[in-house]
Design a binder for this molecule. Structure first.
Ligand code: MG
Length: 388
């Protein structure tokens, strides 16, 4: 029996994980569920799945909510970290949104657990700390991201020294055909309509700007130890090919399937084993046709180019890129800044930052805070009166 804790249980990945686990009750047991501030959703999941441990990170969300059945709930960010390193947990699914997931990522790896990571931002912002935590504690980092799961699957049974390069696929989001002028006026509602994947709000916006693909290049760099010269990305609107691995002899392997996060989740839970799951056996090459591929336009998708630059700069720069992007996305969703402005504020935040190495979590947090403050100040200066 694999004992699972899910951090970010009420979000899209958390719920998909619970669906997968629900189909295999003889293999998995839900030991812990943690949520940020979705009190009612957490209460409903606790009633349905009866985990031993339930955690709400933001205790303030309970203010005035005496109606919520919350007996035994642990409260606060520290309780989330405690769940990530709890001795009764075998696999931690980290599906927290944003850099807030870093402490739990490190705690799980340092305590020797398998970390099924959907929270790519923690790896982007604190990559060197995350890989060091895995080395120290013997923890195992398995990606839930579909592209990185595809690469892991393509690498099974291969000598890693024979990998030439990897190519991540990107759906291109809802705006891949729009001009720069058209992009300037798109609304949050338009950006939240993803053509092929159903996901949470933050990652859906990141898919529309292609920031998500840059975050994934940085993620791949840390997961697979490849230099940025050996990581490419290509637009693939159908989201059927989840990524390619090209070997040194020119042979290319790809992993395919109709888009569902349940497959990478199941694989991360059972890796390197494959568990039979008929619900996921839906592939039909005729329905998947045609498969097309296109270059990413760096001028229109500025956040993609900036993210790759941040990855190459290394040190604190990816943390700055990530935090500036997270803040810009939240301001875009609130209607405070436009779609293209997200790239502009991130670019300015990066240009004002001087890179330093990451040696401890405090270095990441400081770069993170600096970037968020910069984006907040820029937005307040450019849009006086927009502040909430
Ligand atoms: Mg992905």
């Amino acid at each position: 029996m694999i004992r699972v804790a899910i951090l970010g249980a009420t979000g899209s990945i958390g719920r998909s994980t619970l669906r997968v686990i629900g189909r295999h009750p003889d293999r998995f047991r839900v030991v812990g569920l943690a949520a940020g501030r979705s009190v009612d959703d957490l209460a409903a999941l606790v009633a349905e799945y009866t985990p031993d441990i339930a955690v709400l990170a933001d205790a303030d969300a309970l203010v005035g909510r005496s109606d919520v059945p919350r007996a035994g709930w642990e409260l606060g960010d520290d309780a989330v970290v405690a769940l990530a390193e709890h001795p009764d947990v075998d696999v931690v699914v980290n599906a927290v949104v944003g850099a807030a997931g870093l402490a739990s990522t490190i705690a799980a790896l340092r305590s020797g657990k398998r970390l099924a990571l959907a929270n790519k931002e923690s790896l982007v912002a604190g990559g060197p700390l995350v890989t060091a935590a895995a080395d120290e504690g013997g923890g195992e980092l398995i990606p839930i991201d579909s592209e990185h799961s595809a690469i892991l699957q393509c690498l099974q049974g291969c000598d890693r020294g024979t990998v030439g390069r990897i190519v991540l696929t990107a759906s291109g989001g809802p705006f891949r055909a729009l001009s720069r002028d058209e992009l300037a006026t798109v609304t949050p509602a338009q950006a939240l309509k993803h053509p092929t994947w159903e996901m949470g709000a933050k990652i859906t916006i990141d898919s529309a700007t292609l920031a998500n693909k840059a975050l994934e290049m940085i993620e791949a760099h840390f997961l697979y130890g490849l230099s940025y010269d050996r990581i490419d990305a290509v637009i693939h609107p159908q989201s059927i090919v989840h990524s390619f691995v090209e070997f040194v002899d020119g042979s290319v392997l790809a992993q395919m399937g109709f888009p569902t996060m349940e497959l990478p989740i199941l694989y991360a839970l059972t890796y390197p084993e494959r568990l039979a799951d008929t619900e996921l056996c839906t592939f039909d090459p005729v329905k998947a046709s045609p498969l097309t591929f296109d270059e990413i336009d760096l001028a229109r998708f500025r956040l993609f180019a900036l993210g790759v630059e941040a990855g190459r700069a290394g040190g604190t720069m990816p943390a700055v890129y990530n935090a500036a992007n997270e803040t810009a996305v939240s301001f875009f969703l609130e209607g405070r800044i436009g779609f293209l402005e997200m790239g502009e504020v991130v670019e300015t935040a990066m240009s004002r930052h001087s890179v330093s190495p990451i040696e401890q979590v405090a270095d990441v947090m400081e770069a993170d805070r600096e970037a968020r403050d910069m984006v907040r100040e820029m937005t307040a200066a450019q849009h006086p009166g927009s502040a909430t």
